[in-house]
Design a protein around this ligand. Structure first.
Ligand SMILES: NC(=O)c1ccc[n+]([C@@H]2O[C@H](COP(=O)([O-])OP(=O)(O)OC[C@H]3O[C@@H](n4cnc5c(N)ncnc54)[C@H](OP(=O)(O)O)[C@@H]3O)[C@@H](O)[C@H]2O)c1
Length: 248
């Protein structure tokens, strides 16, 4: 159970090697989380969590294998007991050029980011409904707010995941389960290594701090950094001809 200050005692991260997920877990462990499960594609390659003072289990998880998701959630619950917090952190940036031209590349990106995300969310929702409490953090992106010319293949997948997670949050709120949708901008992680940082670029620990605040407030959505919320209010409403001319 979360303690009186809404701090989770147990956390499972799907995409447990994600730099953002690991930064969040380190902060949560420093604040009292005592048992962590990292659900990763290859359990042999899950690097240790340096300085983590909690018990850490590693589970096998493939976002693309939707038919295994209920079993992975059950396995996480078997190891952790109550699932206080689940972090849906896996994702692929993909290759925009390829995804525009190669149906298989576009489908692979959608399979991981949307189909895998939605399938896992449904498995988590079913478990947390039965449990009667819990929180789910979903790593969406500002790219979901308005997919842009330069990355609409990724943005469209995040928009699908984001929409489903928002609706699920509405469905689960009366049942005591909190869903937090996180929309980071450019974060310096291995996903963006070698890319030119966008304006208002941030790092994984700053995103983790924003997520912690959102969990405490039981917010439905947070932006990281928070100022991006207002930038994207403007971007979202730009008329299409102007938006197109900007070549974003
Ligand atoms: N970095 C950014 O600028 C940024 C901005 C907005 C949103 N986000 C989102 O934030 C989340 C975390 O990203 P990050 O920056 O922390 O990137 P990251 O360090 O590259 O983490 C992404 C993780 O997704 C995992 N993954 C990919 N496909 C998978 C699959 N089929 N099954 C299981 N795991 C899979 C990868 O696992 P392996 O270790 O096995 O490769 C990797 O650890 C992602 O959803 C991303 O889209 C990132």
């Amino acid at each position: 159970m979360t303690d009186g200050l809404a701090r989770p005692q147990t956390v499972v991260a799907f995409g447990g090697n994600s730099d953002i997920a690991r930064a969040l877990i380190l902060r949560l462990v420093a604040n009292g989380t005592r048992h962590v499960a990292l659900a990763v594609r290859d359990p042999q390659r899950a690097p240790a969590l340096p300085g983590a003072g909690a018990r850490v289990d590693v589970l096998a998880f493939d976002a693309d294998a939707a038919d295994t998701h209920s079993a992975v959630v059950a396995e996480a619950a078997k190891r952790l007991g109550d699932l206080d917090l689940a972090v849906v952190a896996f994702g692929l940036l993909g290759d925009q050029e390829r995804a525009e031209r190669d149906p298989a590349a576009a489908a692979a990106l959608a399979r991981t980011n949307v189909v895998g995300g939605i399938s896992l969310l449904v498995a988590l929702a079913r478990h947390m409904r039965a449990q009667g409490h819990g929180a789910i953090v979903v790593l969406s992106s500002v790219a979901a707010e308005r997919p842009r010319r330069s990355n609409f293949a990724y943005g469209a997948t995040k928009a699908g995941l984001d929409a489903f997670a928002q609706g699920l949050g509405d469905a689960l709120a009366p049942e005591g389960v909190h869903v937090l949708v996180v929309r980071p901008g450019f974060v310096r992680t291995k996903m963006t290594a070698g890319l030119e940082p966008a304006p208002l670029a941030t790092d994984a620990d700053a995103v983790a701090r924003v997520i912690e605040g959102g969990l405490r407030r039981r917010a439905a959505t947070v932006w990281a950094p928070p100022a991006l919320r207002w930038v994207f209010v403007a971007v979202r409403h730009l008329p299409r001809p102007l938006f197109r001319r900007l070549g974003l």
